[in-house]
Design a protein around this ligand. Structure first.
Ligand SMILES: Cc1cc2nc3c(=O)[nH]c(=O)nc-3n(C[C@H](O)[C@H](O)[C@H](O)COP(=O)(O)OP(=O)(O)OC[C@H]3O[C@@H](n4cnc5c(N)ncnc54)[C@H](O)[C@@H]3O)c2cc1C
Length: 534
């Protein structure tokens, strides 16, 4: 096939699943993989050194889409000695278990090697450029030239298709109200903090990582048959950690649901697609109605319990969060842990949570079609609920959080929307809200990845030729360029994808998004090849 040169820029989970889908191409490809780190495959959240081995992945083993094999199959190939390093025994390997992210990083890196071999066997050629940063992408008439920085200097590699999978983009100096916060990565930034008053901005997944890392650095978790306690190290008595978030609550724990999933009844992919195709107004409202119907079918008492306002887009989030807010952040976490443990033990699905968890994935189909006002309403009123459903925590993470709370060193506060952040003359961070003031020796930023416009990609020659700087990238993620070219450029970089696909960070999403881009790229390559042959 002509025009078969492919460049994958960045090889974390997104680049890896992109490679997997290209390897499935029946036509031979010449694939270049560029990764600025030394180890392709794992990416930032699963990389050893960046993350500690006690930080858990919140996708259970079977939810992680297979590459050449599943995580459990790979684990079974590890020797008892290797498993022992992870405090695992062969009979601990379970498709429903949550594993440390760094362990998953080892799996992803091993699968990268396995995919490269599978590619060669399938007749593709793969060239891996490790410790190689793509510094620019110059689109020419018949190719895209990737300008690459490596230890051996700068070089230029021409390809026909580029997939940008450069992943997370964190500010080096995160800040709020111009007050500098600390980045939680690498995790040693957390563990090297001296015991004192430590603030965390946020109370979701990254906040859990920070709390647990502080717990390990300054004390000991004693984990015995499901119960966890924590004691401080000698000299660490000054440690106090406060999570500061708008509504002062945490995500709920992972609960039982059937996997493979059982189909939804009302808010199915087909039903949402039908609403998208209809020319009636109020798309967001119509899709929201499907969600309400699903909730009413799954658990007729749920919406009745939340009250009439919950049946409106503007009232849904406040009704949804109210119960946890009223009980108080960490009290609600304790109650919830009992409920989700019972759900797992009895294999009983919490019906309304299942409807929301699965339903929101189908709401996403409608997002690229919302008008500006609907998009604003969606991000303000519905996104917080869906982000909460999506961030379900492994039970062990919750138990560790509660252990630190019960030891008196962890609290959570609701700062509302109008908190202000200042630095005192002594260098401490002051957080003021509702007539209260909290003072911290340092504060970590745990707000997660922000979306960014496609014009913010760090490839100046490419961003200069975008047709529209501010247009969000939409499936199949191909960039519209203002020059005549046979080259095709796809953008699966997370901040840009998150602009219109806000739930796209998990490993299953990486697989799905990569499939959409690769399928489109291969169709175009095939078309070009037919033209060449003709
Ligand atoms: C702390 C954290 C915890 C998470 N936990 C979970 C979880 O528990 N469960 C879950 O499902 N999801 C989780 N996620 C989300 C998720 O799995 C990630 O978002 C996923 O890793 C995205 O992969 P990526 O390849 O897009 O990005 P990244 O992992 O950031 O990988 C991008 C890669 O591109 C390379 N790169 C960047 N620029 C260049 C360049 N110019 N040239 C060459 N290479 C380049 C980088 O070195 C990097 O290896 C977590 C995310 C974070 C941040």
């Amino acid at each position: 096939m002509s025009g078969n040169r492919v460049g994958i820029v960045g090889c974390g989970a997104m680049g890896l699943y992109t490679l997997k889908h290209f390897v499935d191409s029946p036509d031979p490809l010449h694939i270049h993989v560029f990764e600025s780190a030394a180890l392709p495959g794992c990416g930032m959240p699963y990389r050893d050194g960046m993350n500690a081995d006690y930080m858990l992945c919140n996708a259970f083993s079977r939810e992680i889409p297979p590459l050449t094999r599943t995580l459990a199959q790979w684990l079974k190939t590890q020797s008892p000695a290797e498993l022992d390093e992870w405090e695992l025994r062969p009979d601990d390997i379970d498709a429903r278990a949550f594993y440390p992210r760094v362990l998953i990083g080892e799996f992803l890196s091993a699968e990268f090697e396995a995919l490269c071999k599978a590619a060669e066997t399938a007749g593709h050629r793969v060239q891996v450029h490790k410790s190689c940063r793509v510094a620019n992408i110059c689109v020419e008439q018949d190719a895209a030239a990737l300008v690459v920085d490596s230890e051996s200097g700068e070089q230029c590699i021409a390809v026909d298709t580029v997939v940008i999978a450069t992943g997370h983009d964190w500010p080096t100096h995160p800040s709020i109200d111009e007050i500098e916060l600390l980045s939680p990565w690498p995790y040693t930034q957390i563990t090297q903090q001296q015991p004192g008053q430590i603030g965390i901005l946020g109370s979701s997944l990254s906040a859990v990582d920070i709390v647990v890392a502080l717990g390990h650095a300054h004390g000991e978790f004693i984990e015995q048959s499901g119960s966890v306690s924590w004691t401080p190290n000698e000299g660490a008595e000054a440690l106090h950690v406060t999570m500061v978030s708008r509504n002062g609550i945490m995500p709920e724990g992972d609960f039982y649901y059937p996997f493979p999933y059982e189909p939804l009844v009302c808010i199915t992919r087909e039903a949402v697609a039908k609403e998208v195709q209809s020319d009636k107004p109020d798309l967001l409202n119509r899709v929201f109605q499907l969600l309400l119907d699903e909730l009413d079918t799954a658990d007729p008492a749920y919406l009745a319990h939340l009250g009439e306002d919950a049946r409106t887009i503007t009232g849904f989030a406040s009704a949804y969060f109210k119960d946890r807010e009223t009980r108080g952040g960490l009290k609600a976490v304790r109650d919830d842990l009992q409920e989700v443990r019972a759900s797992m033990r009895r294999k009983e699905t919490i019906a309304y949570r299942y409807a929301l968890l699965r339903g929101h994935e189908n709401v996403e189909i409608a997002l690229p079609h919302l008008d500006d006002q609907e998009w604003e309403d969606f991000t303000e009123y519905l996104l917080p609920v869906f982000a909460d459903c999506y961030a379900a925590l492994p039970h062990l993470s919750i138990a560790r959080i509660l252990a630190m709370h019960e030891a008196g060193v962890l609290s959570i506060v609701a700062s509302g929307d109008d908190a202000s952040f200042t630095r005192s003359a002594a260098g401490q961070i002051q957080v003021a809200f509702d007539g209260q003031e909290l003072v911290f020796d340092c504060m970590f930023d745990a707000r997660g990845q922000s979306p960014a416009a496609v014009s913010a990609l760090p490839f100046s020659s490419l961003t200069d030729i975008l047709v529209e700087d501010s247009a969000p990238v939409l499936e199949p993620f191909k960039l519209a360029l203002s020059v005549e070219t046979t080259a095709q450029v796809y953008c699966l970089a997370l901040p840009q994808v998150l602009e219109r696909y806000p739930f796209s960070q998990g490993l299953p999403n990486c697989c799905e998004l990569a499939a959409a881009a690769v399928s489109d790229a291969l169709t175009t390559l095939k078309r070009i090849s037919i033209q060449y042959t003709a």
